[in-house]
Design a protein around this ligand. Sequence first.
Ligand code: 5GP
Length: 209
Amino acid sequence: MSFEISQYKKLGSLIVVSGASGTGKSSILKPVIAEDCNLDFSVSCTTRKPRPGERDSVDYYFIDVDKFQKLIEEDAFIEHANVHGNYYGTLKSEVEGALQQGKDVLLDIDIQGALSIRKNFSKETLIGRLAEFVFIMPPSYEELERRLRGRGTESEESLKKRLLNAREEMNHFLEYDYCILNSDLYKAIGNFKSIIESFRCKTRSFISK
Ligand code: 5GP
């Protein structure tokens, strides 16, 4: 029997990215999402209030705690977590259909969410098979604090909470598949693009039709 690549369907990759607030994560992700038309950003639900300039259904689905609870009961989330005192969750509807259609899907989620995906989805499931885990590391803790203060988006209390969480989160980077050190933004963007391209060549994303 002759071989035909068209007998196979190509699934997307689920690219799970974490990095503490102030690591420069969005400076790396945003330009890549904007220019890569096969990469979909998964819009999460959150009970956090929007920051100035944030748009509903674009940056997040901004919902209240009751609605969030209802979505948990309906089993609508792949994962959800309490991060810095607010709830955040990844919707199945943002992810599964797109992966089946061969789109790569990017999750920008915290370490609890990332590690729960790693733990709860075996390689036999769609999510477990296609998930790859990328950690973004700041050059140092001092630099992270400087960036976070410079951003000026957080109250002193929220800032302290984020810094404390960051210290704890950075201890877990070895549980990810890739680590990007963000000391030079352009280099970090280049690294991220190369990592995505390497996912696209993985045989695990081909399935017979
Ligand atoms: P921010 O409030 O700064 O937008 O996000 C705070 C943290 O929540 C970030 O580390 C971000 O990656 C994480 N986050 C955003 N969406 C989700 C999600 O759906 N699930 C989880 N577990 N974390 C999320």
